[in-house]
Write a new protein. Structure first.
Length: 168
């Protein structure tokens, strides 16, 4: 997805949020703030983007958005339980209506047999609950991060804001 396509997608997310007078926050690890950057590239995004959390380290996940040390220890940062806690923690900390959380292995190193490079977990939260999804992206570090950014925004736009995702 090109920068222009990411900007169009972000604008579409913003338009949908504005229509419902809602806000979103992002808790990002492997994307390093890219989702927040794409959102804030849109003029007027302050009406619908509350704040972003770049929680690259485990300590940041714990301190800024309340991820449990026990969850990190048991499951690792790139896991469903962690992105669920990230999304819920960001939602609460930002007092937003929706939250996106992302944690993954962008590479080129850090992958394993269980969690290969390109593995990214996503969490989406609202007052309705939280949903987590796992994706495996191909390519170099930038490609994985770009695909993760696009996937997070597209899923928020197409599924979560339309109430199509079941909460667990």
């Amino acid at each position: 997805m090109t920068d222009d396509q990411l900007n169009q997608l972000s604008a579409a997310v913003g338009a949908r949020l504005q229509r419902s007078h809602a806000t979103v926050t992002a808790a990002e690890s492997c994307t390093g703030g890219w989702i927040s950057k794409v959102i804030t590239d849109i003029a007027g995004s302050s009406a619908w983007f509350e704040r972003g959390f770049v929680t690259y380290s485990n300590e940041a996940k714990q301190q800024l958005i309340g991820v449990s040390a026990a969850t990190l220890e048991q499951w690792g940062a790139v896991s469903e339980p962690v992105v669920r806690e990230m999304a819920l923690g960001a939602l609460q900390a930002a007092h937003a209506d929706y939250a996106i959380a992302v944690s993954g292995i962008a590479g080129p190193d850090g992958g394993s047999a269980d969690k290969p490079t390109g593995t990214v977990w996503f969490g989406f939260a609202s007052a309705r609950g939280v949903v987590a999804r796992r994706q495996l992206f191909a390519g170099d570090r930038e490609a994985v991060r770009r695909q993760a950014t696009a996937y997070a925004l597209q899923t928020l736009h197409d599924d979560f804001l339309e109430n199509k995702l079941d909460t667990v």
